[in-house]
Design a protein around this ligand. Structure first.
Ligand SMILES: Cc1ncc(C[n+]2csc(CCOP(=O)(O)OP(=O)(O)O)c2C)c(N)n1
Ligand SMILES: [Mg+2]
Length: 550
């Protein structure tokens, strides 16, 4: 084994390994070649080559989400770094530990027409938790500085979010002559002990309220198990979407229009925790409630006044808060009628969607796919794209769903699912709309893909979500310009990348296609393209919602 002769690279590698980082997505380039060379030489480091940096960022994000560990993504100098911006923004809003490592040229070359040179330090600082520039050390002080900054960045990533480590160095780049990595100091940070009784005392006002509501936003898998919801439901109306709960949540966005003018459903205290909510309607409903105390559980103590009436922030991890709430509920003798009313309505809506038999449409495709996953012997993780797929998940999923919901981008869904699939033996089902899929088709241009990645492509020829925006139908620009209407299909790109492909144009193809998609038996990814139209999807959706009663 021999490493680069660049001291800053070797210090960084030693510190990364010391902090337990063992997964690195590596992108091509000559400036970052010595870093990639080093990673490849370090036995504990698993390297995943991905060419398109935009996809690489989301691939790393999907890995970090699955592993619950920081994952590095290493890029060359210039625009390669900027191509990571969408994934870095998503990681920031989802609190996912992404370590961006960019190779750089000496500062003196910036703006001097030297090629592939931009001002890199701090280029993504609007979204990163730490930004460090590891200039080449030349004495003990600069070596200490380099070590300390690398440690700072990695500790910041463990707080939950992206960090940027910029590494400038001069040529020659390819001297691989150092036999060992340096023995570097590793700084650790230990968590403070959490006192559940103390937390319970902060959250007690909710339990004394007559009509307490618990709203849970996006949460990592396994943070909100079914037992917790069951234990809380005698006291709280628990509103959680498929992105939050292990059991997939409940379709409260559809229940809300049926109850929002009924005072019996109005909460008198709201506790909110987790990330973003898909439901715009709930946000609007809670925003117009006056005088209702609202308590946010926020891991880092930051304020998210999502409903406009935040009265208190409790700083702790949501799972600790849930534990404290369960303890409080255990001490309550009688169930609260408000909670029963809400939870009954939510259960009824769930049963309605479970029993629904929609016509051929993206809705039928999602329902069948989820049913098939539920019945499958294979363990499955679900990744849904933004726009209508994630909304369909909220109607039909009875298990946790992942989604790039931090910033709601339509890019990077397939890449994130692929990253997850690369670090897990389980199968991953990625459900995506057509614009999301074609945007991210370079996710398939990836050597790390195997047979555990399955993609359900809902191709309705454009952004179907725009057909539901009231007033937009008056614009002649809607279909072609605003909704990105197109006639593209996925067979070509699947063939090109060795992805097994089938299409479904009607119910019969769909039933067969879904069972082919979900079953075992391939070492290549599979993709089922369900071909519908925006109008069909909209009609089926409307019919389904209109018949819901509670
Ligand atoms: C990067 C990015 N560009 C544009 C948008 C705006 N946008 C939101 S949903 C959507 C349409 C998505 O279409 P598709 O993936 O086909 O899903 P459908 O609406 O048909 O279900 C667009 C363009 C976005 N969220 N992110
Ligand atoms: Mg579409």
């Amino acid at each position: 084994m021999s490493y680069s002769d660049k001291e800053n690279i070797n210090i960084l590698c030693a510190v990364l390994l010391g902090h337990g980082v063992s997964h690195a997505v590596v992108c091509p380039g000559s400036r970052n070649a010595p870093i990639v060379h080093n990673f490849n030489e370090c036995p504990p480091m698993n390297c995943y080559p991905v060419t398109d940096e935009r996809s690489a960022g989301f691939f790393a994000l999907g890995m970090a989400e699955q592993l619950g560990e920081p994952v590095a993504v290493c890029v060359t100098s210039g625009t390669a770094l900027l191509d990571l911006a969408p994934a870095v923004a998503e990681a920031r809003h989802r609190h996912l530990p992404l370590i961006v490592i960019s190779a750089d040229r000496p500062m003196a070359h910036i703006g001097q027409q030297m090629g592939q040179t931009i001002d890199q330090p701090g280029a993504l600082s609007r979204w990163t938790l730490a930004d460090v520039n590891l200039v080449e050390p030349h004495d003990e002080l600069t070596r200490w500085h380099c070590n300390r900054m690398a440690n700072e960045a990695l500790l910041a990533a463990r707080r939950g979010g992206p960090v940027h480590i910029n590494v400038p160095y001069d040529e020659p780049l390819f001297n691989f002559t150092v036999p060992e990595l340096p023995n570097e100091r590793i700084i650790s940070r230990l968590p403070a002990h959490v006192n559940i009784d103390n937390l319970a005392s902060h959250l007690a006002p909710a339990i004394h309220a007559e009509r307490p509501m618990l709203v849970i936003g996006q949460m990592p898998q396994d943070c909100v198990p079914d037992e917790v919801i069951k234990k809380l439901s005698p006291c709280f109306a628990v509103l959680v979407e498929a992105l939050g709960a292990n059991g997939g949540g409940a379709p409260y966005d559809e229940v809300l229009p049926l109850v929002e003018t009924n005072a019996d459903f109005k909460p008198d205290c709201v506790i909110y925790m987790g990330g973003t909510l898909v439901s715009k309607r709930l946000k609007a409903y809670l925003r117009q409630l006056e005088g209702v105390p609202m308590i946010e559980v926020s891991e880092d103590g930051e304020i998210h006044d999502t409903f406009g009436h935040l009265s208190q922030v409790v700083t702790c991890h949501p799972t600790d808060a849930l534990q404290a709430l369960v303890k409080l509920v255990e001490g309550v003798k009688a169930a609260k009628p408000f909670a029963q009313r809400w939870n009954h309505a939510l259960d009824k809506a769930k049963r309605y969607f479970d029993a629904l038999r929609p016509d051929f449409s993206q809705m039928l495709a999602v329902k069948l796919a989820l049913q098939s996953v539920q019945e499958s012997e294979l363990p499955y993780i679900l990744h849904f794209a933004n726009s209508q797929p994630v909304r369909l998940a909220n109607l039909f999923s009875r298990r946790h769903v992942r989604c790039n919901r931090g910033v709601n981008g339509i890019e990077g869904t397939v890449s994130a699912a692929a990253g997850c699939a690369a670090v897990i033996g389980d199968h991953v089902l990625c459900v995506t709309g057509d614009l999301s899929f074609f945007y991210d088709q370079n996710a398939l241009w990836n050597k790390n893909l195997g047979g555990n990645l399955r993609i359900l492509l809902l191709n309705n020829g454009g952004g179907g979500i725009f057909a539901g925006l009231k007033g937009l139908e008056a614009s002649p620009a809607r279909d072609n310009m605003i909704a990105g209407g197109h006639a593209t299909h996925a067979q070509g790109c699947c063939d090109q990348h060795g992805v097994e492909y089938r299409a479904a144009h009607g119910s019969e193809d769909l039933y067969k296609g879904i069972s082919w998609l979900v079953q075992d038996g391939s070492d290549r990814p599979r993709l089922l393209e369900v071909v519908t139209t925006v109008e069909r999807d909209r009609r089926v959706w409307q019919q389904a919602i209109e018949s819901l009663t509670i």
